[in-house]
Design a protein around this ligand. Structure first.
Ligand SMILES: NC(=O)c1ccc[n+]([C@@H]2O[C@H](COP(=O)([O-])OP(=O)(O)OC[C@H]3O[C@@H](n4cnc5c(N)ncnc54)[C@H](OP(=O)(O)O)[C@@H]3O)[C@@H](O)[C@H]2O)c1
Length: 307
């Protein structure tokens, strides 16, 4: 099978390309230096293959409060990336099934985060632009499928965690930030200060669970949008307590700074559709996933701890 992956150099893309190559697929995964997707026709030079699948992962974003301070750039860049990739798919590789990655940020926090609500209501204000560019990506899939019969799958992950996260100074997703701070507290005695009162609810999906499920759906499901999460929303306090217990740090020492940005107060995906499509879906228990992630962070402590 011939597969093109955008965003193949990122956290998710690195794992995905490894898995696809392990399955024996031919994988083409240009980074932004070889194919800057802001430019039209940047994928043209990869047309010597006819692709069976296009995994579209590339997006210009970071976690934390990044979206709050870059809405204009995010609107321009992500609209360019998505438009150029979908236009190339339509004109040059229409036989391919395109698998796109949505975001849980697209859901209106006042509504249940189930697939039929993906385009309903208004996303959290601080994440509005990023969320709306992801909604437009989905609108593009719907439009191209409707008019030209192109085949797609969109998957919407909750926060993905596991080994192999980036350590280049970009803002981290909350779970890596928690691990980093608590490891630093334990190792160097640094104060551990978490943003908000710790009652914000978040959900995780382990990288291997996400990949296995996305690849299974890519083979079996067409023209659908499917949430992939653990289905279990937990407070930041709960995550912090579990990490502290696993690394042997006193949870009572953790401080909560209620003046800091916390984003959405509640984020947890409904996964009824996923369970119907994949009846044997059994995500890795949180403690096991955290142990593996902490082990990786500890091994890469010099880089992770210095963020
Ligand atoms: N990680 C999560 O928890 C999570 C949750 C929900 C949704 N998602 C979605 O999943 C996808 C992958 O996430 P990730 O965590 O792997 O992100 P990431 O590590 O930040 O990777 C982003 C990727 O996009 C590429 N990219 C950015 N601008 C580009 C451009 N102008 N041209 C070409 N490529 C460009 C980057 O390439 P370079 O390295 O060359 O810059 C990188 O490979 C994204 O669409 C994200 O929105 C992720």
């Amino acid at each position: 099978m011939n597969v093109l992956v955008t965003g193949g150099s990122g956290f998710l893309g690195t794992h995905l390309c490894g898995e696809l190559r392990a399955r024996g697929y031919t994988v083409v995964a240009p980074g932004s230096k070889t194919a800057d997707l802001r430019a039209p026709r940047s994928l043209e030079r990869f047309n010597d293959l006819r692709y069976d699948r296009i995994f579209h992962l590339a997006a210009w974003t970071q976690a934390g409060d990044f979206c709050l301070y870059h809405p204009g750039e995010q609107w321009i860049i992500n609209q360019q990336i998505n438009t150029n990739v979908l236009a190339w798919w339509h004109s040059d590789q229409p036989q391919a099934k395109l698998i796109a990655i949505g975001t849980s940020c697209a859901y209106d926090p006042q509504r249940e985060a189930v697939e039929e609500n993906y385009l309903a209501g208004v996303p959290t204000e601080s994440l509005f632009t990023y969320a709306m560019t992801k909604r437009m990506l989905y609108a593009g899939l719907l439009a191209l499928s409707k008019q030209f019969g192109l085949r797609y799958l969109q998957v919407v992950p909750s926060t993905i965690y596991g080994p192999g996260y980036h350590t280049d100074g970009r803002q981290m997703h909350f779970i890596f930030d928690l691990i980093r701070k608590i490891l630093r507290g334990q190792r160097y005695g640094d104060p551990v200060v978490l943003w908000g009162d710790g009652r914000q609810v978040r959900e995780l999906v382990y990288i291997d669970d996400f990949l296995r499920t996305m690849l299974a759906l890519a083979d079996t499901v067409e023209n659908e949008n499917v949430n992939i999460g653990s289905g279990e929303g937990l407070t930041i306090r709960h995550f912090a307590q579990t990490i502290a217990d696993l690394v042997g740090y006193d949870f009572a020492k953790i401080q909560f700074d209620t003046t800091r940005y916390v984003g959405a107060l509640y984020k947890c995906l409904g996964i009824r559709k996923l369970r119907a499509l994949v009846p044997d879906y059994a995500p890795l228990p949180l403690e096991d996933g955290l142990k593996r992630t902490i082990a990786w962070c500890t091994e890469h402590m010099d880089r992770v701890a210095d963020g």
